[in-house]
Design a protein around this ligand. Structure first.
Ligand code: MIC
Ligand code: SF4
Length: 645
């Protein structure tokens, strides 16, 4: 039987397991990427594993998240990361070079290869026919050490594209349409593979936008085939020799098929405050807008900024709007300039920022109180922008520029003729801020630069025979890692300092959580948290597991878990338990004790169902949805412990 593109990519890299859906598999990883916010921890872990040089074909360390240097801490981390890259044989993308996913697409993404990244939007490279997966930093550290990546073989959903996009409608609207259909959890355990005659009408940056936003559906990854459009992209990047054709076989079978006629799409928007709260722009027109930002790994490519610049040419930004541009990379910025489009932006009154994540991770660009902000970003989780009760809408660059001109949410189809965009056949390449790996003889001599903000990892105790926990918090459905471990300008600089960052765990939900947890731990008891569906959606940040673990959290009981967060919990020895009967969620309250009798035995024996005693309330049943390897890690107390064993 024929294979899909995703199956071909997996089959080529299979180390153990088969293509049978839902079964544990391990795949070889060719490339890795990290960004600074997750990278400092990932490299501390890599050092702890003790390998002299990365064993991948290519590994890149990017600095794009923590660009704000309000004190020594972020700058210290940048120097630490640069010295680590030099010491261990990695590429280093310096601050200002651009957002990891955009730069990776331009300079390194290669059809047919696997990429593991410590950032949830790593699937962006799926737009260039890679199998690109987001993971926690420790999983990426293991991949750099040459170890395979473990996951459950996903189902493969074929998205059959026909037609082509109408004027003023773009790749973002494809992703928003998908988000409305699948919701933030509809992609769980699935790979979204795009195929059909409509695919050739999408450029690689368009495909990358769509693959990027598959993350918001909870998908393991998204992939596109490698065709002539891919070849044209690689040629434009001076890398045509890296091309290889990869198409689904004509008789390939998908587990499910979604039909989408691109010509039927209209401009859409994700309304506050969830990426799947999608409505047609035509229905929400007229609301006044105070801020518009075009940027982020989803929509800041040259195509995106060219559309915006050409639309603005000869016009002025509305006086009530702060219109901001965060270019995806230095390459985007330089090409924009060479094509004469940068001056259209500047002349219209756009605020041009450096290349990086910036406001997308709450590093500046917080909107004003009670105002609407339109952004081409990936996530509008409540408060992520840095402003309480924020009203963030996620839109295409087309919808963004329409609002920048009119001062209100506007259907861009009212703006007149759609600008003709042509991407250069050859981009001007700018690798000024991209440092290649040092040869081994030189690398060995590099000293790692460690500032005072870099605190080594603590020890992780193994799982006790019987686990006793106190429930300190109960939360609802779709809790994000931004709720568990917030980011933003105040907290991000603490990413390499576990004791310090732990003080902010759940701070927006219960400011006393960290204090109470530490007190419970000091009193000799572990801590548990109870959650609803899709617990831990969003970012790949392992700090959302590591910091709670530091505070003594040892069990999470939820109706269901998001993929990356669940893997991170396991990696740091926190027991993820699913309610056997979701109705039991209502029986537990903060203050209850949870006893997991003989939990070690249960883990060792492979038990799928366990008893949980709630003193004074009887008992309930929990499910352990864990592979054999997961069980070993939890028993050992962390993957690091297991790797050392
Ligand atoms: C995000 O968009 O939330 C981030 C910041 O890129 C995260 C990684 C992080 O928390 O450092 C992600 O998506 O994985
Ligand atoms: Fe950066 Fe935002 Fe992309 Fe995360 S989603 S990598 S913060 S641009």
């Amino acid at each position: 039987m024929g294979l899909t593109v995703a199956e071909k990519l997996i089959e080529r890299h299979l180390v153990s397991g088969s293509l049978k859906r839902g079964e544990p598999i391990a795949i070889r990883i060719d490339q890795t990427l990290t960004q600074d916010a997750t990278g400092t921890m990932a490299y501390l872990e890599f050092e702890a594993i003790g390998i002299p040089r990365v064993k991948t074909e290519l590994s890149v360390s990017y600095v794009d998240h923590n660009l704000l240097q309000t004190d020594f801490r972020n700058a210290d981390d940048h120097r630490f990361l640069q010295s680590i890259a030099a010491r261990y044989g990695l590429w280093f993308s310096r601050p200002g070079n651009g957002i990891c996913h955009q730069v990776h697409l331009e300079r390194f993404a290669r059809p047919g290869k696997t990429l593991l990244g410590s950032d949830s939007h790593t699937p962006t490279a799926g737009g260039c026919a890679m199998l690109a997966i987001g993971a926690g930093g420790l999983d990426v550290a293991m991949a750099m050490a040459g170890k395979p990546f473990h996951l459950l073989m996903p189902k493969i959903v074929g998205v059959h594209l026909t037609g082509s996009l109408p004027p003023w409608v773009s790749a973002r609207d494809v992703a928003l349409w998908m988000l409305r259909k699948l919701t933030v959890k509809g992609g769980l355990g699935k790979i979204l593979e795009y195929f059909g005659p409509g695919v050739k009408n999408l450029s690689v940056p368009d495909r990358a936008t769509i693959a990027n936003l598959g993350t918001e559906m909870g998908a393991t990854t998204s992939v596109f085939p490698s065709d002539e459009v891919t070849l044209a992209w690689l040629r434009a990047q001076g890398r045509e020799e890296e091309w290889e054709e990869i198409l689904a076989d004509p008789d390939a079978r998908y587990d499910e098929i979604i039909e989408l006629d691109l010509s039927s799409l209209e401009p859409l928007a994700a309304c506050p405050s969830s990426p799947d709260n999608v409505r047609p722009v035509a229905e929400i027109e007229g609301r006044p807008v105070a801020q518009v930002i075009v940027g982020s790994c989803a929509n800041s490519s040259l195509r995106d900024l060219l559309v915006v610049a050409k639309t603005l040419a000869g016009r002025k930004v509305h006086p009530e709007v702060s219109f901001e541009i965060n270019p995806g990379s230095l390459q985007v910025l330089e090409n924009l300039d060479a094509l004469g489009a940068l001056k259209d932006l500047i002349h219209a009154g756009a605020r041009i920022h450096q290349s990086g994540c910036l406001g997308c991770i709450g590093m500046g660009q917080a909107p004003a109180t009670g105002t609407i902000s339109l952004r081409t970003f990936t996530r509008n989780f409540p408060g992520r922008s840095g402003t309480k009760n924020d009203q963030v809408f996620l839109v295409s660059p087309e919808v963004a520029v329409a609002a920048a001109l009119t001062g209100k949410i506007t259907d861009p189809r009212k703006l007149g003729a759609y600008p003709e965009i042509e991407l250069p056949e050859r981009f001007i390449l700018n690798d000024a801020l991209l440092l290649p790996p040092l040869p081994p003889e030189q690398a060995e001599k590099v000293e790692i630069v460690r500032g005072p903000n870099i605190v080594p990892l603590p020890a992780f105790e193994p799982m006790p025979e019987t686990l006793r926990c106190k429930v300190l918090l109960k939360v609802g459905d779709n809790i994000t890692t931004d709720h568990i471990m917030p980011a933003g300008a105040k907290i991000l600089p603490l990413r390499s300092n576990l004791p310090a960052i732990s003080e902010y765990v759940f701070s927006a939900i219960d400011p006393e959580f960290a204090k109470k947890a530490l007190a419970t731990k000091e009193a000799g008891e572990w801590v548990a948290v109870v959650g609803g569906e899709n617990y831990g959606q969003g970012s790949s940040r392992e700090h959302a597991a590591l910091a709670p673990r530091y505070l003594g959290v040892r069990a999470k009981l939820a109706k269901s878990f998001a993929r990356i967060h669940k893997a991170n919990l396991i990696n740091f020895g926190i027991l993820p338990v699913v309610f056997a009967d979701p109705a039991d969620y209502d029986r537990i309250e903060p203050g209850d004790e949870l006893v997991f009798p003989e939990i070690r035995k249960a883990l060792e024996s492979g038990a799928e169902e366990i008893r949980i005693e709630i003193p004074g309330k009887g008992e309930i049943k929990g499910r352990l949805e864990l592979t054999e390897r997961d069980r070993k890690i939890i028993l050992a107390g962390s993957l690091l412990n297991l790797a050392r064993e």
